[in-house]
Design a protein around this ligand. Structure first.
Ligand code: TYD
Ligand code: MG
Length: 455
């Protein structure tokens, strides 16, 4: 009997070792090595069937020819934006997300949308009928969209060779398997090898490739970190299952900013692009309720008005509870400490709950001021004027700090019919003060905010 050849791989970074090691010498993580069967029988790679690679020679950067269209418009404004203005030919995009979040739906819609491209959608998870059914649900048709249900990398390359698609989607990288390596599909060595082959294919032929990747329980992409290094762009598709909204964020992008985000809404007939997020993020209400404040935030280049809701009540049990949805709980604790220490509000004995509408997680520090306003409003039980919004960061000494892109925030607030915006005193400089329909009010300290709103 031939003894199976095995190697150990680091689950975190993909480092390889002949023996089991407790601590990865490459990334320093403990207890990440797992054993996998590998056997390199055949020399060469699956992609070599496509074209022999030439040895590269140095060229002047100014002499590198750019193809006429640098970006492919994929007819999905949200995805285009997150990619940095369209898809770059020859790039590999990895899209990760929890099961059932809508990765397959999103990519199938992209495939059906791109009418001027021949798209090959390779699925190792669903059958042709299932994909057709999904396509029917979204109600879109594209004659140039091909489906291939295949898990063998070699067979996939054969088809790519004959079909020569303009774009390839692989659902998912964990189901692909190459004969070169003996281990089972989804193992680290398989993922690494398949991704490397797809990467090579994409670079040689200039075909953009989307790889769908599963994520593990702790939210990282399954497979080694090395997968993220190999691809050009890593997108995360996230959202709260209980809300219909889904957010697409770039975690890495070689061709654009990573601060952009795309918003979708999951509907019965697939994902709908949300081009005006402010409208969905502010709840419609007829009467004023305490504990609600609107923040003028900016994500990437896009201004968004988001509702923050707070509930402050006397602690029912000995230890007061603090809970935050869509907002960093540590940051909430910090803001409450500032309110307690710097402004003398007795919040230490209260339960505080905070909720960002729509289940969207915001990173913009400018949301602080609205959070503070919502907490104070609920604490006092006095509603904040419905036509007022906020943009400012709160510092540890209770000062309101300036934020970036203030002009854009004010314009967005004005566009949505707000009549007053409270900003940091430090953002006042260089502002066009003569806005016709919105009053810009600078504030220095939390005490000043309190006087303005509730006194
Ligand atoms: P799917 O794309 O299969 O998720 P993933 O590939 O990330 O695992 O999305 C499945 C979910 O989307 C499923 O829970 C139902 C929902 N969905 C809709 O609500 N409407 C639709 O039109 C479609 C196709 C899916
Ligand atoms: Mg899927």
């Amino acid at each position: 009997m031939v003894k199976a050849k095995t190697t150990f791989f680091c689950r975190n970074c993909g480092a390889q070792s002949l023996k089991w090691i407790g601590r990865c010498p490459s990334c320093g993580e403990w207890n990440t090595f797992i054993e996998e069967v590998i056997q390199r029988e055949k020399k060469g790679s699956a992609v070599s069937a496509i074209k022999e690679t030439k040895a590269a020679i140095p060229v002047r950067i100014s002499e590198v020819t750019l193809s006429s269209e640098h970006r492919i418009d994929i007819r999905d404004q949200e995805l285009n934006r997150v990619l940095g203005g369209g898809l770059v030919p020859g790039s590999v995009v990895l899209i990760g997300g929890e099961p059932g979040i809508g990765k397959s739906t999103l990519m199938l819609q992209v495939a059906l949308h791109c009418k001027d491209l021949k798209v090959l959608y390779i699925s190792g998870e669903e059958s042709e009928e299932q994909i057709r059914m999904r396509a029917e649900r979204t109600g879109m048709h594209n004659n140039d969209c091909f489906i291939l249900t295949e898990t063998s990398l070699e067979a996939v390359f054969q088809q790519l060779n004959t079909l020569k698609p303009g774009m390839v989607i692989i659902d998912s990288i964990q189901t692909l398997q190459t004969d070169i390596i003996d281990s089972s599909a989804g193992s680290i060595s398989q993922i690494r090898e398949c991704a490397a082959e797809m990467h090579r294919y994409s670079k040689i032929t200039g075909t953009p490739v989307f790889l769908i990747g599963h994520i593990t329980k702790d939210g990282t992409l399954a497979g080694p970190k090395i997968l993220e290094h190999m691809v050009d762009t890593v997108l995360n598709f996230e959202g709260d299952r209980n809300y219909g909204y889904r957010i697409l964020r770039a975690a890495k992008n070689r061709f654009g900013s990573t601060s952009e985000l795309g918003i979708y809404e999951m509907q019965d007939n697939g994902l709908r692009e949300v081009s005006n997020p402010s409208e969905i993020l502010i709840s419609q209400r007829d009467e004023e309720v305490s504990g609600i404040a609107i923040a003028a935030t900016v994500e990437g280049l896009r201004p968004m008005l988001i509702e923050t809701q707070a509930l402050v009540s006397s602690a029912a049990y000995g230890t007061p509870q603090r809970s935050a949805t869509g907002f960093d709980a540590k940051r909430l604790n910090m803001l409450l400490a500032v309110l307690e220490k710097r402004s003398g509000f007795r919040l230490g004995i209260k339960d505080v709950f905070l909720n960002i509408a729509g289940g969207i997680k915001v990173d913009d520090p400018a949301i602080d001021l609205a959070v503070v306003a919502a907490v104070l409003s609920s604490n006092e039980d006095i509603p904040v004027d419905m036509k007022t919004c906020f943009a400012g960061e709160v510092g540890l000494s209770g000062e309101i700090r300036g934020v970036t892109r203030i002009g854009q925030r004010i314009t967005e607030a004005e566009k949505l019919g707000f009549t007053r915006i409270l900003i940091s005193h430090y953002n006042r400089k260089g502002l066009d003060q003569k806005k016709p329909s919105i009053k810009v009010v600078p504030v220095r300290k939390i005490a000043e905010l309190y006087t303005l709103l509730f006194a």
